[in-house]
Write a protein that binds this ligand. Sequence first.
Ligand code: AMP
Ligand code: GLY
Length: 417
Amino acid sequence: MRVLIVGSGGREHALFWALSKEAEVFVAPGNPGIPEGFRFAVSAEDAAGIADLARRLTADLVLIGPEAPLIAGVADELRAAGFAVLGPGAEGAFHEASKQRSREMMQRAGVPVPRFYSAQTVRDAVSLSSAMFESGSGVVVKASGAALGKGVVVCSTPDEAEDAIQMMLVDEAFGEAGRTVLIEERLTGREFSLLSVCSGERFVSLPVAQDYKRALDRDRGPNTGGMGSYSPVPWIDDDLVEKAEAQIVAPILRMMKSEGIDYRGVLFSGIMVQQGQPYCLEYNVRFGDPETQSVVRRLGPGLADLLLAAAQGEELPKPQVLPNAAVTVVLASGGYPGSFPKGVPITLPTALPEGVELFHAGTAMSDRGLVTGGGRVLAVSAAAPDLADARRRAYETCGSIAFAGMHYRRDIAGEPL
Ligand code: AMP
Ligand code: GLY
């Protein structure tokens, strides 16, 4: 099988690593972690360029990693050209571009979600938020549009909520994405990420993972795209996964179908469990990053066949799950998720400990060698017989990598141990 992966992050490098065991895999545009000869300098959003490349490579499967090209309709263009594509068309991805739309869609589908309201003026937003506080619940203020996972402020006091509302609606901190804000009931509970591979209404879920959204240890600091992940998540049992599949994944796919969408791709549900009840905080139309970096470490052979079957709208084989554990730690640029320098030289160890893979994300090649090129620079991913061992190996490796300003969380997978 010949696979073309579209995208350039840690998720795409991890998928390249996993699929290369069972297929010939190419990436566009990819990153320096992927050997030359396997990556092609075509932008992920250049639909015609990607279709040309898929033709030249005679790809059996095209897998689209990030949401931007999905929302831009790259999958539609490839399907029209006759390719099997993993990733929904623009209509299937449409809701993801707006939290308000996706929330409303989930509500119509009967998916459990936190109470929410939307507002476009400070006056409305503040009055909704005050009413929410008076009803005894905390408030989460969210930019409705895509803000790279950063447009969410969890607030404990009305003043904090008002500041967040000001930042989005008046200071326009997230530009267009923050023109509409959601005022949402703050749930309390633990979170997990569920990645389901979907073929229309059929789906199979991959091993669940836990993501760490906040920049700093003990869930302090601003929200980021994700600072680490691990799998399995010991406090999630099969019953809870089945409940989430029945109450969240299945109704979303049914709703898609009722809207005429044949959803072939990954549905990623971000779930919070409050008193045994899973609530969907958000869903995405793609693999999670950095969840994927841990999840692929736990899959046995057959991933390529599974993804191809989904892309072709066929019956899905069950994924083989290994009896191991994986821990992924993201190494970020100084300043991330705020502004950060680029072009900072990176020092890597000459060899990695057993079970450890280094997935590149924001790296670049310069005449001085490997340098930083993004906020999330590298993901250190360790697989081992158990979480404690995987965690030890991941952190040992982090200690052998250096670049000026590098920071990472020290508590990834610390909680279940
Ligand atoms: P989102 O991008 O909507 O998934 O939000 C990012 C993070 O903010 C989530 O992973 C949660 O940790 C937190 N969050 C979002 N919505 C809520 C909510 N309604 N209650 C509590 N925490 C939330
Ligand atoms: N890790 C969260 C995401 O991929 O959006």
